[in-house]
Design a binder for this molecule. Structure first.
Ligand SMILES: [Zn+2]
Ligand SMILES: [Zn+2]
Ligand SMILES: [Zn+2]
Length: 268
């Protein structure tokens, strides 16, 4: 399984869209891994997680062909993860000969596509997921877990099993709800990617911070869902975290976490 972090930032991006704070100024000066676009990932070439407004430029940056994507799993309908208007570009005359594309998400995702993407007229390529109900997508098993995020609508974290490897994709979430801890007990993860919006600062009710991630890893090791071989990754950083990529690496390194950056590729 190859996992590409296409965007490692939170809703506003970092530097943030309209922001002139010191943290954003520093990110603009430093560039490189300190520039974080909106959150999304790509598994191999065909399974996309989320469709943020930066997807097109991310694909150009990384030399990717989005026409090869066959499935998009949406975590939730916050705009930094789901920009449904882009799906209008999937049909003729805007796209010729792309792979057959299916979109998977909760009732809000399905409703948004039905109501707002007039050209998306293929019900058989639109799939509503329910929390804790696994689905099989062309040989890949996907289990949506409930996240601690977006109380009004909900958000899925995904367990993705492909080719004998298992990924937990934890965007967005604070400390997982107990029922999601229960539902993931039978897995042994190869990769765990977690929401670290607040950086080294304390968590909130809807996003994680460093301490949340350390506690999550400790509990996973204790429950046997992770081992010393499991790769842990901190991701989805807000400019309000006010730390550089290097400072994050310095903190997380000794705790056995990688720090995500735009264009990061993980092979397991
Ligand atoms: Zn987000
Ligand atoms: Zn800022
Ligand atoms: Zn969100």
């Amino acid at each position: 399984m190859r996992i590409r972090i296409m965007g490692s930032g939170a809703a506003e991006g970092w530097p943030a869209v309209f922001c002139r704070c010191a943290s954003c100024r520093r990110a603009r000066e430093l560039g490189g891994k300190n520039v974080r676009s909106r959150s999304g990932a790509l598994i191999d070439d065909d399974l996309k997680i989320d469709l943020p407004p930066d997807t097109y430029m991310q694909a150009l940056r990384d030399g990717l062909e989005l026409g090869r994507v066959r499935h998009i799993l949406i975590t939730h309908t916050h705009h930094d993860h789901f920009f449904p208007g882009e799906l209008s570009m999937y049909v003729k005359p805007f796209a010729h000969d792309p792979e057959e594309l299916h979109v998977w998400g909760d009732q809000w995702v399905v409703e948004a596509i039905r109501n707002r993407v007039g050209s998306w007229n293929a019900e058989e390529r639109l799939h509503e997921l329910k929390a804790f109900e696994p689905v099989e997508i062309e040989g890949t098993r996907v289990l949506p877990l409930k996240a601690a995020h977006f109380p009004e609508r909900g958000c899925f974290n995904y367990v993705i099993e492909r080719g004998g490897k298992t990924l937990l994709y934890g965007m967005d979430s604070a400390w997982f709800p107990e029922e999601s801890w229960e539902a993931q007990r039978s897995f042994r993860f190869d990769v765990v990617i977690l929401d670290c919006t607040h950086g080294l600062r304390p968590e909130s009710s809807v996003h994680g911070g460093a301490e949340t991630l350390l506690r999550t890893k400790a509990r996973m090791l204790e429950e046997g869902t992770a081992t010393e071989q499991t790769l842990f990754v901190a991701n989805h950083f807000s400019h309000n975290a006010r730390v550089t990529h290097e400072e994050l690496v310095e903190f997380f390194g000794p705790h056995g976490f990688e720090v995500a950056y735009d264009g990061m590729v993980i092979e397991v």
